[in-house]
Design a protein. Structure first.
Length: 391
């Protein structure tokens, strides 16, 4: 029988103090990792591993350093896509290593070989702490790494404690529910593109719906957070999401990863623009040339002058009001006139269904396509209600 422990949610309703924000707080929100009183007792006398990266911070201190300084017996660090320091390219293989500050081994889950940790790695700890900043998209891979670790912990009888963080795209749900024939490394669950869940909530839902194996799961929630909270991320969650605007545009602009169009990797505005060398100059005055950069060693269309659209000045409120929109993809599709050649097989893995491409090829509008996936969103919204931690 699974064990779903949950720290009291009443703390979220406490008023924000007039004094300085507590350590680990941002925009009045206190993240789960800062609530040490809730989870340190669960670590006492046990060997502890963490699934963490550069976002796993409590104020100015990394969670690993906090645990080490506090005398917690830390035996392993598991790192997701982009590595423990968050500097690797999307999908890049990252070797295992050792944390220089603490001497704790770092076991990469993105080394190109590890679908799940070795038996030796799983036997090295008793409880796993999960603390990573997600951005609330089905194709953002941190939740997939968490689910794989949860399954392994279920197999080995290890406890899992999720230190929750806000979802910056948590105020809405949008996009088709994944058709599981397109399940991949960028889509693991039958959920919409924008699912509106925190990492803690998605962990609860995965166990509750049987998408993950039953495990000893505890979620330490954020304080003073609701899904309507505008949360500005204090640390970039990955190399090519450097700004709040890029995070808000990500649901719509990332779909270009399944096309021949550049979304600005290798520029100073990744996920804040799009373009292609063959987009007509008389209609697209913005130009950029992708170059190798940190986090984009070999960007698509590298070294080629692209014409397109600059979204880097678009107000965040307008982006949030659009939610997930296909207008950008349809604009580029029509401008290039390539037909089927505009798309790559990655498009279905990202959007999650086959019929969106077909509707675009048939000349349907973004509004018509959205109307087709709307019932998916409504069904999912109802299904997720019992797993929500926050208003």
């Amino acid at each position: 029988m699974r064990k779903l422990l949950l720290f009291s949610l009443l703390c979220m309703l406490l008023p924000v103090a007039a004094a300085a924000a507590p350590e680990g707080a941002c925009d009045g929100v206190t993240v789960g990792a800062a609530d040490t009183a809730a989870y340190f007792p669960l670590l006492r006398g046990r060997r502890v591993a963490v699934l963490a990266n550069q976002t796993s911070r409590v104020g100015d201190e990394h969670l690993v350093d906090l645990l080490h300084r506090s005398g917690v017996r830390l035996t392993a660090i598991f790192s997701p896509e982009h590595g423990f320091r968050g500097t690797a390219d999307a999908g890049e293989h990252v070797a295992s290593s050792v944390d220089e500050r603490t001497g704790v081994p770092i076991r990469s889950l993105y080394d190109g070989r590890t679908r799940r940790p070795s038996d030796e790695a799983m036997r090295s700890f008793d409880v796993l702490l999960v603390d990573m900043q997600d951005v609330g998209l089905r194709f953002y891979t941190y939740y997939i790494s968490m689910l794989r670790m949860m399954d392994s912990c279920a197999d080995f009888g290890r406890a899992v404690v999720v230190l929750d963080r806000p979802n910056p795209n948590g105020s809405y749900i949008d996009g088709p529910v994944l058709d599981m024939k397109y399940k991949s490394g960028v889509g693991a669950l039958p959920i919409p593109v924008v699912h509106g869940l925190t990492m803690g909530e998605i962990a609860r839902m995965a166990v509750g719906e049987g998408w993950a194996k039953p495990c000893d799961l505890t979620v330490v929630p954020c304080r003073r957070y609701t899904h309507a909270t505008r949360y500005e991320l204090p640390v970039a969650p990955s190399p090519n999401l450097p700004t709040q605007r890029s995070i808000y545009l990500y649901p719509s602009i990332c779909l270009f990863e399944g096309t021949v169009v550049s979304l600005g990797r290798g520029t100073d505005r990744p996920f804040e623009c799009y373009g292609h060398p063959d987009m007509p100059a008389d209609r697209y005055g913005f130009v950029f040339t992708p170059r190798p950069t940190a986090g984009a060693k070999h960007p698509p269309l590298e070294g080629r002058l692209c014409r397109g659209v600059d979204l880097s000045e678009k107000p965040c409120e307008e982006i949030l009001a659009e939610e997930l929109t296909l207008d950008y993809v349809i604009d580029a599709y029509r401008a290039l006139g390539l037909g089927e050649a505009f798309f790559t097989p990655m498009f279905e893995k990202l959007i999650g269904v086959g019929w969106v491409r077909e509707m675009i090829l048939d000349g349907r509008s973004a509004a018509e396509i959205r109307a087709r996936w709307r019932p998916d969103v409504e069904r999912f919204a109802k299904m997720r209600e019992k797993y929500l931690i926050y208003e």
